[in-house]
Design a binder for this molecule. Structure first.
Ligand code: SF4
Ligand code: SF4
Length: 218
């Protein structure tokens, strides 16, 4: 997609330069040199190369707070994802948080024979291989290790989610073929991996015959 098309699709062209986005942005609060308003303005005024080479392209957390407050409904997070995708195509990448653990975790799941054994759900969680309700856990089982410093217990969340469904009379289907949803990769501009994960997950879910999917993915 051209920069012009990104600007049109995300409504960046309608930016009023009011600065509400910058005033509301947690990154700007931490680093006053960062301004989403200036990023939009730069894309409108400067050439594509300058926009895609800006270090600030990688500062946005894609939290969406500015989207909610923008009076012109500029879709800033979609604007960021599209610009990052273009920058990646030119060989530029930002530095990922958590020492790139989350993107590495996603990349590991692109291995063809990747499997997620059902046993991780633990005791008391009743699941099956086919059924009308599917339980999607995403990267939940692996995040205990990544976020151990804050005491996050993804495995316990998965176990409790399934037991809640069981208590409501539902024994959900799960699949060992399920992979990451690609959330973190998407926001770093890696649309290719997201597409790959979507296809794999859709195939895995369809095989179970499910008609609805329940998520407790963090
Ligand atoms: S809040 Fe919206 S209109 Fe205002 S400067 Fe930011 S992007 Fe532009
Ligand atoms: S989406 Fe990015 S620019 Fe907007 S408020 Fe969040 S961190 Fe700031």
């Amino acid at each position: 997609m051209s920069l012009k098309a990104v600007i049109a699709e995300t409504r960046a062209y309608y930016c009023l330069e009011c600065g509400i986005c910058t005033g509301t942005c947690p990154v700007s609060r931490h680093n006053p040199a960062y301004s989403p308003r200036a990023m939009v303005e730069g894309a409108l005024l400067f050439d594509e190369g300058e926009t895609l080479c800006a270090d600030d392209l990688w500062s946005c957390l894609t939290c969406g707070t500015c989207n909610l407050r923008c009076p012109s409904t500029v879709d800033y997070t979609a604007f960021m994802a599209a610009l990052r995708g273009k920058a990646r195509a030119l060989g530029r990448e930002g530095t990922c948080t958590h020492a790139e653990t989350l993107t590495a975790l996603a990349a590991l799941q692109t291995v063809k024979d990747f499997r997620k054994p059902r046993a991780w759900l633990g005791e008391g969680a009743k699941v099956r291989t086919k059924g009308s309700t599917y339980y999607f856990s995403g990267c939940l089982p692996y995040l205990d290790v990544v976020f151990r410093e804050i005491g996050f217990r993804g495995r316990a969340v998965g176990n409790a989610s399934v037991r809640l469904l069981n208590a409501a009379g539902i024994v959900p289907a799960v699949s060992e073929q399920e992979v990451c949803c690609g959330h973190d990769s998407y926001w770093t501009g890696d649309a290719g991996i997201v597409d790959y994960f979507a296809r794999r997950n859709i195939a895995a879910i369809k095989k179970t015959g499910a008609k609805r999917v329940v998520f407790s993915c963090p």
